[in-house]
Write a protein that binds this ligand. Structure first.
Ligand SMILES: [Zn+2]
Length: 339
């Protein structure tokens, strides 16, 4: 049986199921969902709420049978050291994790991007936790300059790591790349030498077959996130059928990989996609994680994880209680942010 691995998620949204306020006014498109919800949540995060969020998400992930996850993090008011907060939570829980900070220029320009990349580099060099690995993150092509993308790719290569980026989740990302003079997001990443082998490109909803093949030929992964794509109404990633390596992620939804796979198969059937391909995605997530750890998981790894899972089950109520208290404080901080 494949180990359940969540190949793209956000520990920072771990408290969202505990009463996160609805966006106001109700968003009508993808960019409004980001601006009114997730980019408010990430700005409201401080170290305490982030720690509670990661602890709660990791505890629930174990309870749901998740063996490991690939996280993409942003907390613009608390960048330095944020990956240690996430790493400590995953290591303490007994959950494998690949962590990055998603560098972006959307709040603070060049300086913000530089700090995001520096956090990734610092973490990659310093981290010694046996259950955690680092990566170099970029939020998405549309919130990063050419210089930032080029620098992220250089760092990934120099440090023997990979990139983790949202790619063509919505048509707005593609339009942005075209406005900048590129044929699309993949053309932009390719010309900036950012198709680093082993990189994790989340979504690919608005890529065509040729773009997907180009990403695949470079040895990069694509990650489909069916519940999130449906929730954000961004469309179905039809071209992923042309990719050699497609994994399955939850994009911030709880790490219930059985539910995610059921959503995938329903969406694939409705879109007329190849069900055989879709069925392979959960197992591909395990290969993606093993690739970042540099070895396949052994029976002993699995036995250790089973023990961690039992221990997490015993602590689950206490963790949930801490998460509820911290969630109330976080929603207050979120409401207090200027619009
Ligand atoms: Zn995401």
């Amino acid at each position: 049986m494949a180990l359940a691995v969540d190949a793209h998620t956000h520990l920072y949204s771990g408290l969202a199921p505990l009463g996160m306020p609805a966006p106001e006014p109700p968003p009508e498109n993808f960019l409004q969902i980001l601006g009114r919800l997730w980019w408010r949540l990430d700005r409201a995060l401080d170290e305490r709420s982030l720690a509670a969020s990661a602890e709660f998400y990791a505890s629930e992930a174990l309870a749901l049978g998740c063996f490991g996850l690939v996280d993409h993090h942003e907390s613009p008011e608390s960048i330095e050291g944020s990956l240690d907060v996430l790493a400590d939570a995953c290591q303490a829980a007994g959950l494998r994790a690949v962590l990055c900070y998603g560098a972006t220029e959307r709040n603070g320009g060049d300086d913000e991007a530089r700090r995001g990349l520096a956090e990734c580099e610092r973490f990659l060099r310093a981290n010694r936790r046996p259950l955690v690995r680092g990566a170099i993150g970029l939020h998405a092509s549309f919130t990063a300059s050419d210089e930032t993308i080029r620098e992220a790719a250089r760092l990934a290569r120099d440090l023997g790591s990979v990139l983790h980026v949202h790619v063509a989740e919505d048509g707005a990302d593609v339009e942005d790349a075209r406005r900048r003079g590129y044929a699309g997001v993949v053309d932009r990443l390719a010309r900036l030498e950012a198709l680093v082998p082993g990189s994790v490109f989340a979504h690919g909803v608005h890529l065509d077959a040729d773009e997907v093949k180009r990403v695949s030929d470079a040895g990069c992964w694509l990650v489909q996130n069916p519940r999130s794509n449906q929730g954000n109404r961004v469309g179905y990633p039809q071209a992923l059928a042309h990719a050699a390596q497609v994994a399955l992620g939850t994009d911030g939804y709880p790490a219930d990989m059985a539910e995610e796979e059921a959503a995938l198969l329903a969406a694939a059937a409705a879109a007329g996609d190849h069900l055989g391909h879709a069925r392979g995605r959960a197992a591909a997530s395990e290969r993606l994680l093993a690739e970042r750890f540099g070895s396949a998981f052994t029976g002993a790894d699995r036995a250790t994880w089973e023990r961690a899972r039992s221990a997490a089950a015993a602590r689950r109520d206490a963790v949930r209680e801490r998460a509820r208290a911290e969630a109330d404080r976080l929603w207050q901080r979120m409401r207090a942010l200027p619009r």
